[in-house]
Design a protein. Structure first.
Ligand code: DON
Length: 323
């Protein structure tokens, strides 16, 4: 018999086979009752906990989906991936590494302690672009002449990744704005360490807005397929970022996409991913496909329980692990 093929040469299953895999995962995990909706943002607490959708978009743009893939939800922390894409594309990977840092913090996503420990240890206080401190810093560094233009550039980047114009969920935005005092603390702490040099409340507001963008699982999978495809949207064929930018963004997702439980994720699943407290998780198998799953109940680290299980099983079924 021929020697086992290297991961990179395993053929993708057919669309019909992927469809069966998605349906099997949904059937298997829809009855999971662990986890609960994010409750520190009032608008997220009341989303239907039963919603569960899984979408795959292949690097050639083909879509396979099952369940609630047209249900809109708040992108939350997954937006950090696209703001980072904007910044790396504008400033280059080396500048971003220097200005924000790229190492995992091992701490929760909104940790003030991580900022303090990094500062004390002469590491970068912002941590990395996928924790709140680094994501607020990312926003502050996006080149623009005004806050309005800065927001516009981030939003248009998200739209281009998705291949359609996304909207802000105003209820989530207001709810989050009214309750984001902890993030406000982080933004001003970063100003005190001269990491954020402009207006911290402006950077925080844009960060809050990007988190409030409404997406479906299908949108998210399309956004991820753009990364899987080296930065070019596979349906619109628009080049959003360079292959080099896409690679650096995926590297960040690999080391910090699920916060303090990223090690467990990479060990079990072996692909870069990013979670959000709205219940979405996006995972990317470079060159092949992206998979997005959405279901609101979260584990203690803030990662959707059903989405993690569904993505793990589908990545295994498709031999998608990079290792
Ligand atoms: O900053 C926050 O708390 C939210 N806007 C986003 C946090 C988030 O999604 C963390 N993810 N797992």
């Amino acid at each position: 018999s021929p020697p086992a093929m290297a991961q990179g040469s395993v053929a993708m299953p057919s669309q019909a086979e992927i469809q069966r895999m998605l349906e099997a995962a949904r059937t298997k995990y829809e009855s999971v009752t662990e986890g609960k909706n994010a409750d520190y943002i009032p608008a997220l607490a009341k989303v239907d906990s039963k919603l569960f959708g899984i979408a795959v978009v292949l690097a050639n743009g083909e879509v396979v989906e099952t369940g609630d893939t047209n249900a809109p939800f708040a992108i939350e922390s997954i937006s950090k991936v696209f703001a980072l894409s904007r910044l790396i594309e504008d400033k280059g990977a080396a500048d971003v590494e220097k200005a924000i840092g790229v190492n995992a913090t091992g701490q929760p996503f909104n940790s003030v302690l991580a900022v303090e420990l990094n500062q004390m240890n002469k590491e970068h206080p912002a941590g990395n672009p996928l924790v709140n401190a680094g994501a607020i810093t990312t926003v502050a560094l996006v080149p623009a002449r005004s806050g309005a233009e800065r927001w516009d550039r981030i939003k248009k980047t998200m739209d281009a990744f998705a291949g359609r114009q996304l909207s802000v969920d105003e209820e989530v935005y207001k709810s989050e704005t009214a309750t984001n005092t902890h993030n406000r603390g982080i933004a001003y702490l970063l100003q005190s360490y001269e990491v954020i040099k402009g207006d911290p409340s402006e950077a925080l507001d844009i960060y809050t807005r990007e988190c409030s963008v409404s997406v479906t699982a299908r949108d998210l999978a399309m956004m991820g397929a753009t990364l899987a495809n080296g930065g070019t949207n596979p349906v619109t064929h628009q080049r959003i970022v360079s292959p080099d930018t896409a690679s650096h963004v995926l590297a960040m997702m690999m080391t910090g996409g699920l916060y303090e439980t990223t090690g467990t994720w990479v060990y079990r699943v072996g692909v870069p991913a990013k979670s959000g407290v709205g219940g979405g998780i996006l995972a990317v198998v470079p060159g092949k496909y992206a998979i997005a799953a959405f279901s609101p109940p979260l584990d203690k680290a803030g990662n959707s329980v059903r989405a993690q299980r569904a993505i793990e099983s589908i990545v295994q079924d498709t031999s998608g692990s990079l290792f």
